[in-house]
Design a protein around this ligand. Structure first.
Ligand SMILES: [Zn+2]
Length: 413
């Protein structure tokens, strides 16, 4: 085995057709940024007196409290005193502040009878006017976690547009694709009419406003040929949560389904007429067409065995995987920094970039998987099963799974 070159495939020239793919859009969308704007609304429980009013104002920053109070008609000296009391409790850190002001107006001046100032998490204070100035009452952070879910159908354009149409937050759509990375090839296996569902947690403050980003906790995909539901779970002893099916089996496999994001499969494994040599020949791998420079990822944990130019293969990387399999990545434009023989790489790590070096008719990755030294079809290999939870971990998983299923069943739409 010693020589990296001896199992290198025969010159593999391929015939890609480049198409733009809508799936690339997944990584290009940022979560929407809420634009804080001062708003004034009359609360339902406003004081009854004719000259009394309650105003709820959103202030973009602590520095803006004084100005907001004076604009509401409060004399500058009192506005400064109130702001100083509020800031002593809620601090000067940047961030939106909610003010609820009860005012009594007389002879053109407004007097504050009650002032509530709170941060996004609901923490803050209430100042109530009395005979000896203001009495202070502390408000504690009061975040609630809500679970929301949405169900949708694949349209003819992309998973991204289908998920947006279903009401799934932008920032979760890439997460869903990642959760299914081991189970579905979105290019090949997802078709219009397929059904998907997602559930996510969101922290909300007492005013009902979301605090912090949503967290995906459930994803389901139902196609014409298979159905998969995944639950997010932090297993005891793990530092990061993972995705598990309903039986507590991890989705993580020895190899990822595809080593490139957003590429189109331009040629599959098997016999075909060779586009350059012109005769029937075994195509020993799968071709992924994508623009030059598209990142290529290690499909599993491995040690780099070869990373250099090799004749018709062009720039070639060979990875020796921990389970004895090997994967080969041909025609690259460049290797990622640090990729060299003997270096250990992790699943999903950047190893190089798509190109068209060697015998190749256009930018693409020719990808091979070898088991026992023989090339096999990368798209149809059984990549094994993931880690199965057991004992206390399985018990904790069942509790979490049932909590998520219960909230999904209560969805109102
Ligand atoms: Zn090929």
């Amino acid at each position: 085995m010693g020589d990296a070159g001896e199992h290198i495939p025969a010159p593999a020239a391929c015939h890609p057709f480049i198409t733009r793919t809508a799936f690339a859009a997944w990584t290009m969308h940022e979560p929407p940024v809420a634009a804080p704007a001062p708003v004034a609304t009359a609360a339902a429980d406003a004081p009854p007196a004719a000259n009394a009013s309650r105003r709820t104002l959103m202030v973009a920053d602590p520095d803006a409290i004084v100005g907001t109070l004076t604009e509401a008609g409060i004399p500058p000296t009192e506005a400064q005193a109130l702001a100083a009391m509020a800031l002593a409790r809620i601090g000067n850190a940047a961030g939106e502040i909610r003010l609820v002001i009860d005012l009594v107006e007389s002879e053109g001046a407004a007097k504050v009878t009650r002032l509530e100032a709170s941060r996004a998490d609901g923490s803050g204070l209430v100042l109530t006017a009395g005979a000896d100035g203001y009495a202070e009452q502390v408000m504690k952070a009061e975040l609630k976690t809500t679970i929301a879910s949405a169900r949708g159908e694949m349209d003819a354009t992309s998973f991204y547009s289908s998920a947006v149409a279903a009401g799934i937050p932008d920032s979760l759509i890439g997460e869903i694709a990642k959760a299914f990375a081991f189970d579905f090839d979105f290019q090949q296996e997802i078709a219009p009419g397929d059904i998907f569902e997602a559930a996510w947690e969101q922290s909300v403050n007492p005013a009902g406003d979301p605090v912090g980003p949503p967290q995906l906790i459930y994803a389901q995909m139902v196609t014409g040929t298979k159905s998969k539901a995944l639950y997010r779970f932090l297993a005891p002893g793990d530092t990061e949560a993972g995705w598990y099916d309903g039986n507590g089996s991890s989705t993580v496999r020895a190899l990822m389904r595809t080593p490139v994001d957003g590429a189109r499969i331009s040629s599959k494994f098997g016999f075909r007429t060779h586009p350059i040599l012109g005769y029937q020949k075994l195509h020993r791998g799968t071709d992924f067409a994508a623009p030059t420079g598209t990142p290529i990822y290690a499909s599993g944990n491995a040690t780099v065995q070869w990373a250099a130019m090799k004749g018709a293969n062009g720039n070639l990387t060979v990875l020796q995987h921990d389970n004895g399999w090997r994967t080969l990545y041909l025609h690259q434009s460049a290797f990622a920094p640090g990729i060299a023989p003997g270096v250990h790489v992790s699943q999903g790590q950047l190893i190089g970039y798509i190109g068209t070096t060697g015998r190749s008719t256009g930018p693409h990755l020719h990808y091979e998987v070898h088991i026992d030294g023989e090339p096999v079809d990368p798209l149809s290999i059984d990549t094994g099963t993931g880690k199965q939870l057991d004992g206390d971990a399985m018990k904790a998983f069942r509790t979490e799974r049932d909590r998520i299923d219960l909230s999904r069943s209560q969805r109102t739409e």
